[in-house]
Write a protein that binds this ligand. Sequence first.
Ligand SMILES: [Zn+2]
Ligand SMILES: [Zn+2]
Length: 324
Amino acid sequence: MECDKCGRDAVHHAAYSGAHLCGDHLCASVERRVRRRVREDSLLPDDATPEDPERWVIGLSGGKDSVVLTQILAETFEQDRRVEIVALSIHEGIEGYRDESLTASERLTDDLDVVHETVGYAEEFGVRMDDVVEDDPENMAPCAYCGVFRRDLLEAYAEKHDADKLLTGHNLDDEAQTALMNVFEGDVRQMAKHFDASLGPFPERNPTDRFVPRAKPLRDVPEKEVALYAHVRDLPAHITECPHASEAYRGEIRDLLLEFEERHPGVRHSIMSGYEELAALAAERHRGEDSETDEALSPCVECGSTTANEVCRKCSLLASLEAA
Ligand SMILES: [Zn+2]
Ligand SMILES: [Zn+2]
């Protein structure tokens, strides 16, 4: 097959759009979608200036998604001093896994001349995921602990860097999986949260807001195209899966979606466009309740982060790990 744009050999056929694209034209198309998302979600407010720039913290795991996102945004705003980018990597303490992806993250940020910071569960919390998996005092999947710790660190460091937004590399497949999981679980509140947390356009951030707004500029791009982008541009992305990964339910949804996409091209896109509308309605409907919960939120007595309980989830997990 030949590229629709230039006639060279195509590396990709997107069944949902009918396009055949060569490496260069696939990359250009991915970049266009990310930039459009940045524009449509109003990630860069009009009043950002080189003197008072918009600061984005990007969660950089060293996997293909966050590597591609960092690469595209750093190149897009290379000459534009209204945007400052800080890449943040988290070391979970998983032997032989995170070290390689940190090396990839360092190479990428060196190449791009982007500020890069690494924080670890060991230094921050005194725990390593390898030990957590061994003890497992709460008897739950390792990813559940890891998710709580990761969110806490991303939030804390976004705050520390005075970030205007926290960006993550979720792709179209990730987002369509999450959408389906929430629908299958009948979790309307989770939908509302999804809307509030990650969809623009973003309002001006109020100094009293508790959380740094999240954004996912890669969410229009299918996983396979992200992987191809990293491959074509020879980006230093680390592809090994976490050895503790055990999100069995998500795995089922992933397989189901891929099979369905094969038979009905475009289904991921249509799930997301419908879901975003649903999520907006859900957010509207639950808004009143949210403000009541807001008042019940207070600083965690252990660490000071915002929580609905006396002690936050992270601190209670750390306490039970300590007792194990
Ligand atoms: Zn081409
Ligand atoms: Zn706490």
